[in-house]
Write a protein that binds this ligand. Sequence first.
Ligand code: SIN
Length: 189
Amino acid sequence: MDELPVNTIEANRRMGHFEDRDRVWLFGYGSLIFKADFPYIAARPATIRGWVRRFWQGSHDHRGTPGAPGRVVTLIQQEGATCHGMAYLVTPEEFAHLDHREKNGYLRFATEMTFDDGTTAEGLVYIATDDNEAYLGDAPEAEMARQIANAAGPSGPNRDYLLMLAEALRNLGAQDAHVFGLERHLFDK
Ligand code: SIN
């Protein structure tokens, strides 16, 4: 099998935020919203400030292949923006599995999150920054939708990732013009 262009497992292990705690909040904004394949103590809708969700990260391992990468979401800094997602309270041991799942370019960052009742907590979020090798960046919406419509990997078709994310965001009552715009393009075809 072809090597992944990037693997962040080691870097994340070295980061080791919050290992002195017995519970850690994890903020999910992409597949972590609709596919929680790990045990958690609690799950709560939450937001983080200053970030927007964008399908700008390549997926060579889940929703595409090294030869034909798909597109999945990462977070991009934008002043004043609010990103809706799902927060999970987990034990630190879960990060071994999560680091493996998010290994194609995502690094753990500390963040503050706000729950739906207005209370806040410090926690972690996985972000693929623009200096990782799998990063694709912006492209015309129709082009991104076409790439998503045509890609598939071991976790399934890339279009399912987009459709499940859009559905999960609707269930959270979240507005996301970028995600819903790409979803509309899928049905244009
Ligand atoms: C996340 O869901 O929080 C990270 C991106 C992804 O795994 O889709």
